[in-house]
Design a protein. Sequence first.
Length: 162
Amino acid sequence: MDITLVRVDNRLIHGQILEAWVPFTKSSAIIVVDDHVASDFFRETVIKMAVPRDVEVVITSVEDFANHFKYQHGKGRKTIVLFSGIADAFRAFQGGFAFEHLNLGNIYCEECLKQCSPSVMLGAEDVKIIRSFLDEGVEIDVRCVPREKPINIRELITMIGA
């Protein structure tokens, strides 16, 4: 599989993914990596029903994903990988899915420490994990759709004392 986008989006599959990111990346597959969805037949069914038939959808837990999928670029079917939270993306990364770039698209946090954009609000734990990603050399940008100018998270994180 050719990973075209690794994204954290708490809404998982929705209009921005299907109408903007799938055409932009020319992807024909989406992998939803979420423990709750993977264990909930109803939610899994609803997500799969929302996606056009020409786009394959795989739903898996974080552990199964990290054990069975390796990051590749340029080989196989173009694929978007979606995580509902930064912590899940980091668990997969630590488990062996070592990607180079992460997009933050939609993150809601009730105990927001830093609002990076209208749709990305980070809590203290999110900031710690982002710092760990940056230490590992992962590039992180903030943007909802491809046509937006990406915000470099490194600049925002350096201003936070958490």
